[in-house]
Design a protein around this ligand. Structure first.
Ligand SMILES: Cc1cc2nc3c(=O)[nH]c(=O)nc-3n(C[C@H](O)[C@H](O)[C@H](O)COP(=O)(O)OP(=O)(O)OC[C@H]3O[C@@H](n4cnc5c(N)ncnc54)[C@H](O)[C@@H]3O)c2cc1C
Ligand SMILES: *[C@@H]1O[C@H](CO)[C@@H](O)[C@H](O)[C@H]1NC(C)=O
Ligand SMILES: *[C@@H]1O[C@H](CO)[C@@H](O)[C@H](O)[C@H]1NC(C)=O
Ligand SMILES: *[C@@H]1O[C@H](CO)[C@@H](O)[C@H](O)[C@H]1NC(C)=O
Length: 605
């Protein structure tokens, strides 16, 4: 039977009238339409935002296909203080990295969301943005339309900001720039009522070193020190994420359909006379879906390159290994993998603030929405420019610039990908020499500092291990394969030591436990770093937005090269990882993707 959109709508309306559970608008194979204007693969952070925004136009119908379920409001997802507990559950793809040979041979867990909302349901709720230079660098790589000034409206479109109450703002000196925030977007951003003041001496110590507190990190100055909110609903004090912000409103619309618990296996396409391909359908176990206009792949930094490669879009040597016919030769698919390698330095404070009394955290949260369970990640950050960290910055960058571009890329890397890396090398070195881009992030917690390298020079890969989409691809961060990364990290540890050497920190009588003061030479510090480098969960950049001759996978309108109706929009299209926690950047990409899709809406009539 030819199920029209109208009959599906009537079926659902009838259910509503008859008082049947209409609930969220997920559909069964039987209720699915013959075709949709848009089919979105992956209902994660970006995918659910794109599907929901498109469905705000009543004349457009959209299908989102998500591998995981809609969560049932599980406590581990919604309660801010339970952050981290979703990892390792059924909502996680449970990926593991390759052995990190340049980082002391360790295997690292790579959590990835498998539910509606994707990683936005798993993440630490840090809700900050990169500095203007981070996005201007994308534009420098040949992406018109992506300078910070041009993308700021999309950041705002995503955000619903609630400023902190006056007393809290005054006590902590939380400042903000209203012109940089969105106030009626989908995702709540706010400050938890529960904050400890352990970082006060740290803020004062940095201030004594001449590091200013910026008015706001959201306005392009995510450098030096600043406050930034969490993705936190201030009304019921729960996580604000893809499900609450985008899925719930969309699920009330008859033109929004979602197939959950459905893994897309492959994109089916035909080849046109000019050699380009057109995606005809999206295949999953037990069925397929077609798009009248476009297909958008939003399967994340691991899932998106995997699906493209399985579908014959990728590097031909890899595809040939699995006897996959090469539909579009795109060497960049699965290349350029970046993250924020993450480390910690631990201290004991012999004269630190007294331990706070244990509180009945659960009861406070349940009865009053306050206390430790009402708070998740950090809200105060230092993202220091390289010249602030070390006077050796120029020498280190010159050494980096002198590297042959392919010197530390995997053997046999395609020349276009090497050319892209060469372009990135110049752009990165230019911005890192300025005092407008964060090089290392430092987060203070009483027992030490976590630091993460914001612009690693190493590049990893994501490559299929099978033509079966259910087999995890080979995920190789290739941490520390470029020795220049260690130069930055060694200087970052030396800077931490200089901060602890200030009179304000010395008054706390700190002892460095790890790596420990005896770890002194550059080589010893580098060794320590290699032994503990891990992921900050910011996997990205595996389908870079860059010109095709620079190993790019999508153009500046997120269209996959060599295709007529296929886009990618998620963390994978980022060309250079920005100096920030990346969720709001991913939302921004999704909000902008919607405008780019709508621009071409009539082209497919
Ligand atoms: C544990 C963790 C903590 C983090 N903490 C923070 C933080 O505090 N602050 C911050 O800013 N960022 C944080 N991040 C990063 C940020 O949340 C992610 O970068 C971002 O959410 C990724 O969005 P995405 O749309 O690219 O991918 P995802 O949100 O991962 O969405 C991809 C979706 O596609 C689905 N999918 C994949 N393959 C298929 C297929 N073949 N068929 C159908 N569906 C498929 C997946 O199930 C998933 O739902 C964290 C990430 C993690 C994992
Ligand atoms: C408070 O924040 C502002 C930035 O908005 C900064 O200029 C000022 O120095 C800060 N005050 C203190 C006491 O840290
Ligand atoms: C909190 O409120 C939002 C709406 O603002 C809602 O979507 C969400 O389900 C609520 N969360 C809980 C756990 O009640
Ligand atoms: C309950 O919440 C209110 C307002 O948020 C707060 O003033 C009060 O101290 C809280 N009660 C307890 C016991 O923490």
């Amino acid at each position: 039977m030819h199920t029209t959109f109208a009959t599906t709508y009537l079926f659902l309306s009838a259910a509503l009238v008859n008082g049947l559970a209409i609930g969220p608008r997920y559909i069964t194979e039987r209720q699915k339409l013959d075709s949709y204007d848009y089919v979105v693969v992956g209902g994660g952070t970006a995918g659910i935002a794109i599907g929901a925004r498109l469905s705000e136009r009543p004349n457009i119908n959209v299908l989102v296909i998500e591998a995981g379920p809609v969560d049932a409001g599980d406590d581990i997802i919604t309660t801010p203080g339970k952050v981290g507990q979703v990892m390792g559950t059924k909502f996680d793809w449970l990926f593991k990295s390759e052995v990190q040979t340049a980082a002391n041979g360790r295997v690292i867990n790579v959590p990835a969301g498998k539910l509606v909302g994707g990683a936005s349901a798993l993440n630490g709720m840090c809700f900050d943005r990169g500095a203007a230079a981070d996005y201007d660098a994308w534009a420098d790589l040949g992406n018109p339309g992506w300078t910070f000034d041009e993308i700021l409206p999309y950041f705002k479109r995503n955000e619903k900001f609630t400023p902190p109450p006056k007393e809290q703002a005054e006590f902590y000196n939380i400042t903000w720039d209203p012109s940089a925030h969105g106030f009626d977007g989908a995702i709540h951003s706010s400050y938890p009522s529960y904050m400890t003041d352990v970082a006060r001496p740290w803020r004062q110590a940095l201030n004594s070193m001449g590091i200013p507190q910026e008015l706001d990190g959201h306005n392009g100055r995510a450098i030096n020190m600043f406050w930034a909110p969490n993705s936190l609903d201030p009304v019921n004090v729960t996580r604000s994420y893809g499900k609450t912000g985008y899925y719930f409103p969309a699920s009330k619309r008859s033109n929004f359909h979602i197939l959950t618990d459905t893994v897309v296996q492959k994109l089916i396409h035909k080849t046109n006379v000019d050699g380009s391909i057109t995606v005809e359908s999206v295949q999953y176990k037990g069925g397929s879906a077609t798009a009248k206009r476009e297909v958008i792949v939003s399967a994340g930094a691991i899932g998106s390159p995997r699906l493209l490669q399985i579908s014959g879009i990728g590097p031909s040597p890899l595809l040939k290994k699995f006897n996959i016919p090469v539909a579009v030769e795109l060497p960049g698919v699965g290349s350029n993998y970046q993250d924020h390698p993450f480390e910690s330095v631990r201290y004991t404070l012999r004269n630190g603030p007294p331990a706070t009394f244990p509180v009945d955290a659960e009861r406070l949260y349940r009865t009053n929405k306050t206390g430790p369970w009402s708070a998740s990640g950090p809200t105060f950050y230092a993202f220091l420019p390289f010249p602030t960290i070390t006077s050796k910055y120029r020498a280190i960058l010159d050494k980096y610039l002198a590297q042959k571009p392919d010197a530390y890329l995997p053997a046999g890397t395609d020349p276009t990908v090497v050319a892209g890396y060469a372009a990135q090398q110049k752009v990165l070195a230019k911005h890192l020499a300025s005092d407008l881009m964060g090089a290392t992030e430092f987060i203070y917690g009483g027992s030490g500092i976590t630091l993460s390298h914001q612009h690693e020079f190493s590049r990893g890969t994501v490559q299929i291990a099978s033509t079966d989409v259910n087999v995890q691809p080979i995920i190789d961060f290739r941490y520390a394969t470029n020795p220049a990364d260690l130069d930055v990290l060694v200087e970052s540890i030396r800077w931490i030591r200089s901060a602890y050497a200030t009179p304000i920190m010395q008054a706390l009588q700190p002892i460095e436990n790890s790596p420990g003061a005896s770890v002194e030479t550059d080589e010893a510090i580098a060794n320590f770093m290699k032994g503990q480098m891990t992921t900050m969960y910011h996997s990205c950049c595996t389908n870079p937005m860059q010109p095709r001759e620079l190993g790019g996978v999508v153009d500046s309108k997120l269209r996959v090269f060599g295709t007529t109706n296929l886009r990618v929009a998620d963390a994978s299209v980022i060309p250079l990882i920005p100096g920030t926690h990346i969720q709001s950047t991913v939302y921004m990409i999704a909000e902008k993707a919607v405008d780019l899709l709508l621009e071409d809406f009539a082209k497919f009539d």
